[in-house]
Ligand binder design. Structure first.
Ligand code: ATP
Length: 226
């Protein structure tokens, strides 16, 4: 277990949040979601895991080293947040199932692992590599993203069934097992996306207050998104 996880774990089973993404770039939508969920669910830590080569989408325009550096800057100073570069050190496509299995091996069978995802990611979960095995290794924590696919409507039948079978109304039950439950959480909706930030930067509009100043400085310093 990483040192900071041990330091912050309250008595009982440790509860670790995982937020994977392209983070191209990381923004306050990601950071507020992680902070709120850490409070609501009493997560001991949240690991931010940038994807090197995401399988489900167009490849990011920004190299993984820059995206990871921006995540590092954004999480610096938050004792509950951890930058986790495991996908950058693995060859090939960054499948989430491989990441979760490697975390399970590292954190041990007792730790409750909570894979956090926005509704836009969950509605496509049934297209992910070995998606149906994920709940064997972790819980899922879902949040509705503003103006994006809804968790209530147009959910593929297979995902409706998974939600029905695994959803728990009581978030405290996430600590009573290490995997297998789904918790849907309401958080303050921040309609921020990396796509919109990249467009702002391309159009020479200020992205200020959408992402940390340290990340904006990095973007300007490395002439990204021009
Ligand atoms: P892009 O616009 O390039 O698709 P993004 O802003 O959606 O990027 P990702 O790195 O793809 O960011 O997102 C990683 C995870 O964070 C996904 O599960 C996504 O649903 C979630 N997420 C991103 N932005 C928000 C937000 N504003 N509120 C809640 N969840 C978010």
């Amino acid at each position: 277990m990483a040192k900071s996880e041990a330091e912050h774990a309250p008595a009982g089973r440790p509860l670790v949040g995982i937020l994977g993404g392209t983070f191209d770039p990381i923004h306050y939508g990601h950071l507020r979601m992680a902070e709120e969920l850490a409070d609501i669910l009493s997560l001991d830590t949240v690991r931010f895991i940038p994807a090197a080569t995401p399988p489900h989408r167009q490849q990011p325009g920004t190299i993984a080293a820059h995206r990871a550096a921006m995540v590092g800057l954004a999480v610096a100073g938050n004792p509950r947040f951890i930058m986790d570069e495991r996908e950058l050190h693995r060859d090939g496509v960054s499948y989430t199932i491989d990441t979760i299995i490697s975390l399970r091996e590292e954190l041990g069978k007792e730790t409750a692992i909570c894979l956090i995802m926005g509704s836009d990611a969950f509605v496509r979960l049934d297209t992910w590599h070995r998606w149906s095995e994920l709940l064997d290794y972790c819980h899922l924590v879902l949040v509705q993203r503003p103006n994006m696919a809804s968790l209530q409507e147009n959910l593929p039948v297979a995902l409706q069934a998974v939600l029905q079978d695994h959803a728990t109304p009581d978030p405290s039950t996430l600590r009573s097992s290490s995997a297998g439950r789904i918790s849907v959480q309401q958080i303050a909706a921040l309609d921020i996306s990396a796509t919109a930030i990249r467009e702002d930067l391309l159009n020479r509009h200020s992205p200020r207050y959408l992402l940390p100043d340290s990340v904006i400085d990095y973007i300007h310093c490395h002439r990204l998104y021009r």
